[in-house]
Design a protein around this ligand. Structure first.
Ligand SMILES: NC(=O)c1ccc[n+]([C@@H]2O[C@H](COP(=O)([O-])OP(=O)(O)OC[C@H]3O[C@@H](n4cnc5c(N)ncnc54)[C@H](O)[C@@H]3O)[C@@H](O)[C@H]2O)c1
Length: 447
C-alpha cells in the first residue's frame, strides 16, 4: 500500500452526448459522488492505484426489460437491472428494489455501497444490487407475482449462491422474496434456497432476519451511547420511513426508554413532544394505510415529511430513501446525531456541511449492515442445512456490530476522520488486502 493514487478523469461525470442540446446531464452523478468516498479513503491509506482502478466501475451490470401480462390482458414493459459491483471478497450480495424512481445510476451506486458494507461487516461477500422501475401500489397481487418471477427468470444466469445472492429491499417484502426463491428453484430444478436471503422461515429463512437491519443500527447506537453523550430516558428520536427498518428501529429504541417524538411514511408525518408508541402507530397504519392521524401521549400534530427532518431531537434516523437531507435543508437539521439506516440519505454537500458543523453521522455502510450480516447467517445455514436458534443469531449480530462499530469509532478518533471516512477506510483496508493478494503492479515489475 505505498504508491500514490493515479490521477483519473471521472468519466462518470461526462455528459450524455446523445441527449438533445441543453438537456445534457452527467451520466452517473450518484456513483461519481459515492466514489469520492473511495478516493478519500485511498488518499488516507495511500493505497495502491490498482485497488482504486479495480473499484472505479462495477464489474458487470445487466439491464433487461421485463414484459408482464397485466390482469386486463395488456402487456407492460418494466425496466430492470442487476449489478455486481465487486466480487474480490466473495460472491456479490445485495437486495432488489421495486420503486418507480429506480435508475441504473442508483443501482450501481447501491452496489458500490454494498461492496463497502460487506467489507465493513467483515463478510465473505462483494457488493451487488438490483431493481425494477415500478410502483408496486399500482399492481394487483397477481401482477406483482408475475413481475417478481419474471425478474428471476430474466436474471437467473447472472445470480446464484456462489455468484450473486439476492435479498429484499424497498417494496420487496417476504412474499415477493418467496416467489423469487420459488422461481429460482423451479429454474434450477432443485431446492435452491441459498441464492436468495431474507426468505420467510418456511422457505429456509433464518430467525432474526426481520428486524436485523434495525437491530444492527440500534446495537451500533447503543454501543456508542456513552461516547455520544446519549441517555435513553432523556434522549429523543425522530424516524423518517416507517417500513421494516424504521418501524423496528423505533420499537427497539422505544423499548429501551428513548422518546420517539416524530415518525413519517411516504404520505405524511406525525409529531408529539410527549412521545409516540411505535406499536400503536403501526396499528394505526395497518388500519388506515398511513401514520397520519395516529395519536401519541400528548398533543399529536400531523406534519410534512420535510418538517419532520427539521424537528428538534437528539437522534434523527432516516430510514426511507436516498438524498433526503441535501444542501437545501441541511442547515435546518437540528439533530446532533444522525443514524443512517437508509442507504445514502444525505447528499455529499449535506454530509460535508453537517460534519463540519459538528453533527455525528453514523454512516449507512456501518449503521445498516445488520441486515446483510444476518443474511450471511441465512446463507451459512442454507448451505449447512443446520438451523440456528434466535439467541445464537442475535449474539452473532451483536458481536459483529459492536466489533465493527468500535473499530470505526477508534479510526474516527485516531485518524481524526468523520465516522463515514473512518468506515470507508476500515472497509477499504479489507478490500485492498484481497485485491493486493492477487498481485499488484509492484509484484509484476519485480518478476
Ligand atoms: N430492509 C433491509 O434489510 C435493509 C437493509 C439495508 C438498508 N435498507 C435501507 O433502509 C431503507 C428502508 O428500507 P425498508 O426495508 O424499511 O423499506 P420498506 O419498503 O419496508 O419501508 C420504506 C418506508 O419508507 C417510507 N417512505 C417511502 N418514501 C418516503 C419518503 N419520501 N419520505 C418518508 N418516508 C418514505 C414508506 O412509506 C415506508 O414506510 C432503504 O433505504 C433501504 O435501502 C434496508
Amino acid at each position: 500500500m505505498s504508491a500514490p493514487v493515479r490521477p483519473w478523469k471521472d468519466e462518470a461525470m461526462e455528459t450524455d452526448k446523445t441527449a438533445p442540446e441543453g438537456t445534457e446531464k452527467p451520466r452517473r452523478v450518484m456513483l461519481a459522488n459515492a466514489r469520492e468516498n473511495l478516493r478519500n479513503a485511498c488518499d488516507q491509506l495511500n493505497i495502491h492505484p490498482d485497488v482504486f482502478e479495480e473499484l472505479k466501475w462495477p464489474r458487470e451490470t445487466l439491464a433487461i426489460s421485463l414484459l408482464i401480462r397485466m390482469d386486463d390482458g395488456s402487456r407492460r414493459a418494466f425496466k430492470a437491472w442487476r449489478c455486481r459491483y465487486n466480487d474480490r471478497r466473495g460472491p456479490t450480495k445485495g437486495g432488489v428494489r421495486f420503486h418507480p424512481n429506480v435508475s441504473l445510476d442508483e443501482i450501481e451506486t447501491l452496489s458500490f455501497w454494498m461492496t463497502f458494507k460487506c467489507a465493513v461487516a467483515n463478510l465473505p461477500f462483494g457488493g451487488g444490487k438490483g431493481g425494477v422501475c415500478v410502483d408496486t401500489k399500482q399492481l394487483s397481487a397477481n401482477e406483482l407475482e408475475r413481475l417478481s418471477r419474471a425478474y428471476i427468470e430474466a436474471f437467473a444466469p447472472f445470480i446464484g449462491p456462489d455468484r450473486d445472492i439476492l435479498a429484499p429491499d424497498m417494496y420487496t417484502n417476504g412474499i415477493v422474496i418467496a416467489w423469487m426463491s420459488d422461481e429460482y428453484s423451479s429454474i434450477t430444478g432443485q431446492a435452491s434456497p441459498t441464492a436468495i436471503t431474507g426468505k420467510p422461515l418456511a422457505f429456509g429463512g433464518t430467525v432474526g432476519r426481520i428486524d436485523a437491519t434495525a437491530r444492527g443500527g440500534y446495537i451500533a447506537l447503543r454501543h456508542l451511547e456513552g461516547s455520544l453523550g446519549l441517555e435513553p430516558d432523556k434522549s429523543s428520536v425522530v424516524i423518517q420511513g416507517f417500513g421494516n427498518v424504521g418501524y423496528h428501529c423505533a420499537k427497539l429504541l422505544h423499548a429501551d426508554g428513548y422518546k420517539i417524538v416524530g415518525i413519517s411514511d411516504s404520505s405524511s408525518g406525525i409529531y408529539d413532544a410527549s412521545g409516540l408508541d411505535p406499536l400503536a402507530v403501526m396499528q394505526h397504519k395497518h388500519e388506515t394505510g398511513s401514520v397520519k392521524g395516529a395519536k401519541g401521549h400528548g398533543k399529536t400534530k400531523n406534519i410534512s415529511n420535510a418538517d419532520l427532518l427539521e424537528l428538534e431531537c437528539d437522534v434523527l434516523v432516516p430510514a426511507a430513501l436516498e438524498r433526503q437531507i441535501t444542501a437545501e435543508n441541511c442547515d435546518r437539521i437540528k439533530a446532533r446525531i444522525i443514524l443512517e439506516m437508509a442507504n445514502g440519505p444525505l447528499s455529499p454537500e449535506a454530509d460535508k456541511a453537517l460534519t463540519e458543523a459538528g453533527h455525528i453521522i453514523i454512516p449507512d455502510i456501518l449503521a445498516n449492515a445488520g441486515g446483510v450480516t444476518v443474511s450471511h447467517l441465512e446463507w451459512v445455514q442454507n448451505r449447512s442445512g443446520f438451523y440456528w436458534d434466535e439467541s445464537r443469531v442475535r449474539d452473532h449480530l451483536k458481536t459483529t456490530m459492536e466489533t465493527e462499530t468500535q473499530a470505526v469509532w477508534a479510526l474516527h478518533n485516531e485518524m481524526n476522520l468523520s465516522m463515514r471516512e473512518a468506515a470507508y477506510v476500515h472497509g477499504l483496508r479489507r478490500i485492498a488486502e484481497s485485491v493486493e493478494a492477487r498481485g499488484t503492479q509492484a509484484y509484476f515489475e519485480d518478476t
